[in-house]
Design a protein around this ligand. Structure first.
Ligand code: PMP
Ligand code: GLN
Length: 394
């Protein structure tokens, strides 16, 4: 056999020095696979198990039929950017021009692009733990160092300890990443949090990256405290959101980033050589669907009912419910049920009780154990009922 006949199994590729040596397959993928193997109800990975609005599909297919199938502008379809700017102005009072908004391949690309465009080797980025899984790898890819500040956990829920955030600031701090409503804890930031953050960054060169993908899932009449409500913060912020969450289409991967012109200019330099542009018919379809604000204005009531149904179903179990002010996640403490680690408990729940959950320890760099797992309640009532029937036995 000459060398050209070797199969790829016999000739290893040249050695690769991993840029992300600590990274494996995400906890969401692993738990979804385990749920499928175990034939469990999947309350792990966050996605709805019900369809999106038919008229949204009609709007997108209409755009395809109308031959809107070639590259859109690199920054996104103007009608969609205009609709987003109008929504932000109406809801949060911040005036962005359509040139301050970029359509991204989901929030994930928006977050990574924002980090890549402003973080240099040696820079520090403050993140709040528990932290969504994509932030730290993106910081690592940029050559930056993630500085983790852990949330405080009290009976009233998770809160951000701003004094610790302030203490973590150094001359190398380039960016602070926040997420409200917060995955996985379901906590929300309030006006006082935004004022504390403003106090920390005022007079510094620190930028803010605000992940607001759950902006339309805030409950009990509370308001979403967008960075866009705070001009002082918005002036130094990338604000990220995702249609996947708002319109029940997580698989479409369309999101956006709003930022002032100087930040948007740098953002687009990275965006244009990463994805260049995001698929055209979805953008046209979403733009026309946004004419009606009701779908996102009604989302809090829609999900609050599911949250309450899920919480009521667990009330008689030995799970202890943590507050759930926002997102479509409910965290529960399980210390009265088991002494297992969170990962072991989530796996046991999946394979034995047939309900998948996500261990919150997966959102800590050093796997801190709090005896808490996360359930996703973005499910049909029948799915929730089946899960609750199983969980209520515990
Ligand atoms: N940020 C947070 C906090 C999320 O929970 C998610 C998705 N679950 C994302 C970003 C990514 O959103 P997208 O699917 O639009 O990339
Ligand atoms: N963000 C979703 C969650 O928290 C999952 C997204 C993913 O699978 N990457 O469950």
């Amino acid at each position: 056999m000459n060398s050209s006949q070797h199969s790829s199994n016999e000739v290893p590729p040249p050695a690769l020095h991993s840029r992300l040596p600590a990274v494996g397959t995400t906890v969401f993928t692993r738990m979804s696979m385990l749920a499928a193997q175990a034939d469990a109800v999947n309350l792990g990975q966050g996605f709805p198990d019900f369809p999106c609005d038919r008229s949204l599909i009609d709007a997108v297919t209409g755009a395809m039929q109308a031959d809107c199938n070639q590259y859109p502008p690199m920054s996104g379809v103007p009608a969609l950017r205009a609709a987003i700017a109008a929504k932000i102005a109406t809801l949060y009072g911040q005036q962005y021009g359509i040139d301050d908004i970029t359509i991204t391949a989901g929030a994930t690309e928006g977050l990574t692009t924002a980090i890549l465009c402003c973080v240099h080797p040696g820079d520090e980025v403050i993140v709040i733990e528990p932290v969504y899984d994509s932030y730290v790898p993106a910081i690592t890819l940029a050559g930056g160092t993630a500085v983790c500040v852990q949330m405080d956990m009290r009976a009233s829920g998770y809160t951000v300890p701003w004094a610790k955030v302030a203490a973590a600031v150094t001359s190398r701090t380039r960016l602070i990443v926040i997420n409200t409503p917060h995955n996985p804890t379901g906590s929300i930031l309030r006006g006082s949090d935004m004022h504390a953050l403003s106090d920390i960054v005022r007079g510094t060169n620190i930028l803010v990256l605000s992940d607001e993908v759950y902006e339309h899932m805030v409950y009990d009449g509370q308001r979403h405290e967008s960075v866009c409500r705070h001009p002082e913060l918005a002036a130094r912020a990338f604000v990220v959101s995702s249609f996947g969450k708002t319109y029940h289409v997580t698989g479409w991967k369309v999101g956006y980033v709003a930022a002032p012109p100087a930040l948007t200019a740098e953002f687009r330099k990275v965006h244009q050589y990463n994805v260049f542009s995001v698929n055209t018919p979805m953008q046209h379809g979403i733009a026309s669907y946004m004419d009606d604000p009701q779908p996102y204005l009604q989302l809090p009531a829609f999900y609050q009912r599911k949250r309450d149904l899920f919480r009521a179903g667990l009330a008689a179990s030995r799970f202890e419910l943590l507050p759930a002010d926002g997102t479509y996640f409910q965290c529960v403490r399980y210390e009265k049920i088991s002494t297992q680690t969170e990962a072991a408990f989530a796996e046991w729940l999946t394979s034995e009780i047939k309900v998948a959950a996500i261990p919150v320890s997966a959102f800590y760099r050093h796997g801190i154990e709090s005896g808490i797992v996360r359930f996703c309640f973005a499910k049909q009532d029948a799915t929730l009922a089946l899960a609750l029937a199983r969980l209520a036995t515990l």
